[in-house]
Write a protein that binds this ligand. Structure first.
Ligand code: PEP
Ligand code: MG
Length: 582
């Protein structure tokens, strides 16, 4: 190996596993176009890319058009109608195709040159309307170019590389996984960003928040990504590689020792039984329910399905997925969350918002788009004829949203009943508690629904005003902040007072360090990434509920996150010394 200097970077571990491989730098830039010639035998591929990009741009614009009509009325949406018409301009795109063929230039260059010419003509017009339309032409140009470049980036990427990027969106994370990516390492991002959660589901080791890895790395550099510690090592020495391989073997050995727990229950030494469930993003992952020895699916994030398809999936497509999930989790229940698109889970074509996490997200979008909501509810209801499904509502901030959702659920049931389509008449409906206002109203909300589930990923970010995906403030994103702990305690108490079960499906539920606290606070169910479930089960089987309750009582008195965390770590280590705590 040539002797380049070894560089060690520290980031935030986002998805576990240790891998070594070649780096592929994924540069996502604003469209920049250079004049580039192509060979004659590349023309067909170039024209195909152009066509895909035009089709994709059209689908994106149709979606934007629909959403804009919905939100601000058809008058404002006219801009997008005009843009779609430009895309359908046979003369303009016919000329572009011919020029690619004749001039042997890249599609993005010809799109840039020809549309800019057209744009210039409009700008020079004496008609003000024409001059204004020139901006639409520019938007269309940039959209098509961006889509051509995206196609090229993806197809240039070699399988089995480590993708390095400033940031990855959830859509990029899924897209790259098709090329057997080995790992992800990014400058930005936080541990509970949706791209990180998806990487965990896809079992792709990842480190985020590395700040400047894209500046330090060169294409084809060899790197190690350690998704346990958050270390990324560029150009590792032989010695470093050996050490990493040893650590990898240690983890593998520890994990294989956990396999024997599969058939055992998650019961404390003094007999309290806890339900451990899996969080999944894709229907295939439901096999983990049995493989990991869990008690069902505690959170199925249905957005994965929506990210993989260009348009909203039909009722039938959704029904097939939901049925697959519940059939795999039988005889246990599957908690399915209605669409929580928005925040950082934005489909690329959506309107951008200044503050997406405080914007049109989750239940807000669904109640504004009853057509989308009803389609999903009907698909879930139909799937409930094949196993136990509980429906869960995301981003609830008050009672009114629950009542409106329940009305729509009744309407969906009636439609199915009228058509004699079977479903579970007693299907349970629950609310996520992830917005502080919902936490304050936990007792009232619990009376309206069958169950609560605490979404700590969002609850922490909203309670502490810390963006969950921003590495700059990641040290302030504190699971063990006294306000977080007191809020969790309050939600659990209020749910129990109303006689309703309460689960946690945020990442905190799968954090070994949080376990003694949550157990002691009386949480009924923990739902987590399947890979951590056996370890959590091991801890539960090694401790007593009485001890955990005492530990929780002590933690509630602590004034800072550091005190709480240190105390929990020390106790955990004493009780289960064989754990590999990083
Ligand atoms: C949460 O907020 O904790 C949660 C489980 O939902 P998501 O991570 O999908 O926002
Ligand atoms: Mg959430």
């Amino acid at each position: 190996m040539e002797s380049k200097n070894e560089i060690i970077l520290h980031g935030i571990p986002a998805s576990p596993g240790i891998v070594i491989g070649k780096a592929y730098v994924f540069a996502k830039q604003a469209p920049r176009v250079e004049e580039k010639s192509i060979a004659e035998n590349e023309v067909t591929l170039e024209l195909e890319r152009l066509q895909h990009a035009i089709d994709r741009s059209e689908r994106e614009l149709q979606k934007v058009l629909q959403l804009t009509e919905q939100k601000v009325g058809s008058q404002k949406a006219k801009i997008f109608e005009a843009q779609i018409m430009i895309l359908a301009d046979a003369v303009l795109f016919g000329t572009i195709r011919k020029k690619v063929q004749k001039d042997l230039k890249s599609a993005e260059y010809v799109v840039h040159r020809e549309i800019s010419r057209y744009q210039q003509m409009m700008m020079n017009s004496s008609d003000e309307y024409m001059r204004e339309r020139a901006h639409d032409v520019e938007d269309v140009k940039n959209r098509v170019i961006r889509n051509i470049q995206q196609e090229k980036l993806i197809s240039r990427f070699e399988p089995n590389s480590i993708v390095i990027s400033e940031i990855l969106t959830p859509a990029d994370t899924v897209l790259f996984s098709r090329n057997e990516v080995l790992a992800y390492a990014t400058d930005m991002g936080g541990v509970t960003s949706h791209a990180a959660l998806l990487a965990r589901s896809l079992k792709i080791p990842s480190v985020v928040g590395l700040k400047n890895i894209t500046k330090l790395i060169q294409i084809d550099d060899i790197i190690i990504v350690d998704g346990y510690t958050g270390n990324v090592i560029i150009n590792p020495t032989e010695e470093t590689i050996n050490r990493c391989n040893e650590r990898k073997a240690e983890h593998e050995q520890f994990d294989s020792g956990l396999k024997e727990l599969r058939e055992l229950t998650a019961q404390t030494t003094d007999g309290k039984e806890i339900r451990l469930c899996c969080n999944i993003e894709f229907s295939e992952e439901a096999r983990n329910v049995h493989e990991q020895g869990s008690s069902g699916v505690g959170l199925y994030r249905t957005e994965g399905l929506f990210l993989r398809t260009e348009n909203y999936p039909s009722e039938e497509e959704q029904y097939i997925e939901y049925r697959a999930v519940v059939e795999k989790s039988n005889p246990f229940k599957a908690v399915m969350r209605t669409l929580d698109i928005g925040g950082d889970k934005v489909v690329s074509s959506y309107q951008s918002e200044e503050n997406p996490f405080l914007g049109w997200r989750g239940i807000r979008l669904l109640l504004d788009r009853p057509d989308v909501f009803m389609t999903q509810l009907k698909a879930m209801l139909r799937a409930s004829a094949h196993g136990e499904i509980w429906i869960m509502l995301p981003m609830i901030s008050g009672i009114k949203e629950i009542r409106q959702s329940k009305e729509l659920l009744e309407k969906a049931k009636k439609e199915l009943r009228d058509k004699n389509i079977p479903f579970d008449e007693n299907i349970k409906i629950g609310a996520m508690i992830e917005v502080p206002s919902a936490a304050v109203l936990a007792g009232e909300i619990a009376q309206e629904v069958d169950f609560l589930s605490i979404g700590t990923n969002d609850l922490i970010q909203y309670l502490l005003a810390v963006d969950r995906g921003n590495e700059v403030v990641s040290s302030l994103y504190q699971e063990f902040h006294p306000a977080v702990i007191k809020t969790i305690r309050y939600i659990i108490l209020e749910a129990h007072r109303a006689g309703k079960p309460v689960s946690m499906c945020g990442e905190m539920a799968g954090d070994p360090v949080a376990l003694l606290l949550l157990l002691g606070l009386g949480l009924d169910e923990f739902s987590m990434s399947p890979h951590v479930l056996p370890e959590i089960k091991k801890i539960i089987r090694s401790v007593s509920f009485a001890e955990a309750s005492e530990i929780a009582r002590r933690v509630l008195e602590m004034k800072t996150e550091d005190d709480a965390k240190d105390f929990l770590r020390v106790n955990l280590h004493t009780m289960v010394p064989e754990l590999l705590l990083e």
